[in-house]
Design a protein around this ligand. Structure first.
Ligand SMILES: [Zn+2]
Length: 124
């Protein structure tokens, strides 16, 4: 079966306060498979300098609204590397879903509101 789906991914930068994430999508890339892999050095340097890496955004093919097993593995690595929970933001069929990964599990977050200029607000 032909798969014409093109995955997009980005790093989420911004601030978190009182159950609300204010994020901007940065370093948007096009990919071809389901993963949350980024340039580790780039993202780590950003976190060391600014401490504002909130997590990652990526798109899923139609019907796949929840994080994959691979997302779980990748997010676990990032969370243990950063020492803080991270956001996993997924766009699927023009719907946005957000999950928080604490190193062990994903927790679904209540609301995702995309704004212009690649900004997104997520709340518990
Ligand atoms: Zn995924």
């Amino acid at each position: 079966m032909m798969n014409l789906f093109r995955e997009q991914s980005a790093v989420l930068l911004g601030e978190y306060r009182s159950g609300i994430w204010l994020a901007t999508m940065k370093w948007i890339t096009q990919g071809t498979h389901d993963s949350v892999s980024f340039d580790w050095a780039l993202v780590l340097t950003r976190e060391e300098k600014h401490g504002d890496v909130l997590g990652f955004f990526h798109t899923h093919p139609a019907g796949h609204f929840v994080p994959s097993q691979r997302d779980h593995k990748t997010m676990s690595s990032w969370v243990s590397c950063f020492g803080k929970p991270l956001l996993c933001l997924i766009e699927c069929e023009n719907n946005w879903r957000a999950f928080e990964h604490d190193g062990n599990n994903f927790t679904a977050l209540r609301e995702v509101v995309p704004f212009s200029r690649r900004r997104v607000v997520v709340s518990r």
